[in-house]
Design a binder for this molecule. Structure first.
Ligand code: TYM
Length: 352
């Protein structure tokens, strides 16, 4: 029997190169060798983007982007998270075995809570905790954000997935998923849930950097190249990417902004091109204008064909609906089987 692979992307907007290289491109490569399920996490989107006006469109968009990137609904199951209500029930049941403390210590929770409450970057864990539980503030962090890792674990465990292709930023969530699986299995003395692992074709998990010289590419950072960007927009973004003033002497290590561009090149350009620019930095002959032109060219080779397919598929409502319906049916059937097992194990059975 093939191993099960499952992954999802939140319905918070268009997909960017971080989503593509961290996740989507791996989905496409995995679909033949695994029993594959890929979904659109609309419930998770509610933790930060509770806007009914855009949610529906985002879900449809991401489905079109999945298909345009090469996920084949005949080979993989593509579905929308909220189409599988079994997930929500198991989320409730699983929360009975999850500690508030372990959720509060999750890096992504602290980060998002800090942003929602407008707390400074260097605040200590104690400061953040005080703000969250304090009564003075009229701001709040929603409990859905706190229990985000439970919902993610349930997405994975309800399908009994073995492999979960995600970017580096999601590794802590996977670690929690393994912990919840072990805990459930050992508490009830069963071997129900496999412990899932990240999957990267032998490489490390990817962290795609942004164009602003710091951190990772992310929607909330405003430093993204989107798969849907047209040629002009994309070139402009790359040409404006932050660099440094040029290496001051030969042999210096790459500065952070230049390293970011090299990382993007490593994902998109030929190895000899990357080596050329590394050498040029080392001997101080580098010209950032040329480097950026090359980078834009190489990114466009990947994104433009996808963009064209997105524009086509996005308007084909009937096709999108068919894919979603087919996926929902398959995903639900499997989820319902696991949920029935869990109910039995936990004693939520009928007495009549
Ligand atoms: P989301 O929408 O935040 O991210 C979707 C995927 O894109 C990856 N990613 C990146 N990878 C590398 N570099 C980046 N700059 C970058 N930005 C985003 C993320 O690692 C992720 O793989 N919690 C998930 C959604 C989810 C899920 C699941 C995933 C919900 N349930 C179950 C797997 C299994 C998330 O972060 O989505």
């Amino acid at each position: 029997m093939k191993e099960v692979v499952l992954s999802g992307i939140r319905a918070t907007g268009n997909l960017h190169l971080g989503n593509y290289f961290g996740a989507l491109s791996k989905f496409v490569r995995m679909q033949d060798d695994y029993d594959s399920l890929f979904f659109i996490a609309d419930l998770h989107a509610l933790t930060t983007h509770p806007d009914p006006k855009t949610l529906h469109g985002n879900v449809k968009n991401i489905m079109a982007e999945y298909l345009a990137a090469g996920i084949d609904p005949e080979r993989a199951t593509i579905f929308v998270q909220s189409d599988v209500p079994e997930v929500s029930e198991l989320y409730l049941l699983m929360n009975m075995h999850v500690g508030i403390g372990e959720l509060m210590r999750t890096a992504s929770f602290k980060d998002k809570a800090r942003k929602q409450l407008g707390i400074r970057n260097d605040a200590t864990e104690g400061d953040i905790e005080q703000e969250i539980i304090g009564t003075n503030s009229n701001k709040r962090v929603n409990a859905g954000l706190l229990t985000y890792p439970t919902l993610m674990a349930v997405d994975i465990l309800i399908q009994k997935a073995n492999k979960v292709p995600v970017g580096k930023d999601q590794e802590q969530h996977l670690e929690l998923t393994r912990r919840f699986a072990r805990r459930f299995n050992s508490f009830y003395g069963v071997e129900l849930f496999p412990e899932p692992e990240n999957f990267n074709f032998g490489d490390h998990a990817v962290k795609v950097p942004g164009l602003d010289g710091s951190g990772k590419m992310g929607k909330s950072e405003g430093n993204c190249i989107y798969l849907i960007d047209d040629e002009k927009t994309l070139r402009k973004k790359v040409m404006r990417a932050v660099t440094d003033e040029g290496p001051k002497e030969p042999g210096l290590p790459l500065s952070q902004p230049v390293e970011n561009l090299i990382t993007l090149m490593e994902l998109t350009s030929a190895p000899e091109v990357v080596q050329h620019y590394r050498d040029a930095y080392a001997d101080c002959s580098i010209r950032y204008g040329d480097m950026k032109k090359q980078l834009a060219e190489d990114i466009l080779k990947i994104t433009l064909p996808i963009r064209e397919r997105i524009l086509d598929i996005r308007n084909d409502d009937e096709y999108l609906a068919r894919v979603a319906r087919m996926g929902a049916e398959k995903a639900r059937e499997r989820a319902a089987a696991t949920l029935a097992q869990v109910r039995e194990i936990m004693g939520i059975t009928k007495f009549y």
